[in-house]
Design a protein around this ligand. Sequence first.
Ligand SMILES: Nc1ncnc2c1ncn2[C@@H]1O[C@H](COP(=O)(O)OP(=O)(O)OP(=O)(O)O)[C@@H](O)[C@H]1O
Ligand SMILES: [Mg+2]
Length: 428
Amino acid sequence: MISGSSEGKIKKMQTSRVDNDNFSLKINFSKSKKTDSTKLHQYDVRKYINPDNFNFPAEMQELIPKDTPPYYDKGENYVERIVRALGYFKQCACIGPSGTGKTHIIYLVAELTQLPLWEINCGLQTSAYDLFGRYIGLGKENWIDGIITSWCRYGGILYLDEANMMKQDVATKLNPILDARGHMVLNEKDNELINRHKDAYMIISMNPFSAEFTGTKPLNAAFRRRMSVWLNFDYMSVDNYVDDKEVNLLVERSGIPRDISANIVRVAAKLRQAYKAGDLPYGPSVGDLANWARIIADGASPVDAGNETLVAMTSDDYEIQEEVRKVIKSVDWGIIQTSDDPKVLIIAAIEKSLLEIGKPDLNKVKQRLMEDYNRTLSDCYEEPEFLNRILKDIYGKAHVTIVDSIKKNLESMSDKKEVREFLEVVAR
Ligand SMILES: Nc1ncnc2c1ncn2[C@@H]1O[C@H](COP(=O)(O)OP(=O)(O)OP(=O)(O)O)[C@@H](O)[C@H]1O
Ligand SMILES: [Mg+2]
């Protein structure tokens, strides 16, 4: 599919040049460059492509993405490597399972380099007319460039998503642009020869071709040879590996506590492993996890929110959905509370710490609170001194260990006044 915004822009550009086949695009140079310098500092791309060297007309400036969120990786420097490949070879390929951020990073690269982005999804049946161009009206007077032709003439990044699904006729036409010839021939338009604009870059992306990734095809061989750099993308957390950056990202995006975020990533890592092994049709992306986290932040329990977001997204098949539910339930959600009420959190932390020793211990503490002081566990928030006495009574000096464990369970809340006051009394 041609991205909605590009489509509108192309039409705008075309109307300015239909009168004259020799090209009469009005060039309006933008006076102010919109490169966000803080972003440029974060990624070291200027040495490969310097945005200050470009001066695209105003219509094309609108194809430059804005406000793309940062791309996180584990030190692979994907952003820099893509820009380096473009700087040296003008084109590169990004390969990775669904949801690993390929589209995201390509938008970011376009924004950082300030290059207009022409996006085509080769999996959709976009017609050759839309891609290369056509005459409109009667006769052969009014020619309209297609998206690939516009890119070749005016420059920018041509982003071919699902490149392995590209139709043969399109690939055949792209081949001479990508090799030493560097031009395209518009057979539809009196064999017009268009030289590749000096700032015309290309990025292709696709899912890896293998038996597990159902529906994928190998990339056309002639096309494969023309890509000098291949970058492999993967999820940040897979199988038993839980990446801290991914955990932090969810906390930042939704504001949920860190331990819940870590559990979400744990579930995702397992589901992704199952997807990569061919056991599930989909592996959740960071974006999917952010949605899950948002529903939790709104007050839903982690399991309910996971069912609402992840389960149905993975498949319509009931049995597969059950598999996903099982994985969600398999992590220890414990008695983590999503509430930010300090009383709820403190009582949950006491319960959790005692349960870690064993259920009989929790019962014993509850029983003694009742027998000795006629108090329940939830009274311990207002009257922590009773818990302090009972813990010392039952465990002696070892009561410190239990207090430490409660403290640890309240770590994410340690700046709350109520939590500090409570801990101060039970620790006496
Ligand atoms: N490393 C990352 N840093 C920040 N956000 C990421 C990262 N990886 C994925 N995301 C987020 O996950 C979601 C999915 O990413 P995206 O659509 O770019 O994946 P994709 O690789 O293009 O998938 P597909 O192959 O299905 O097209 C988006 O919301 C994206 O912002
Ligand atoms: Mg994509």
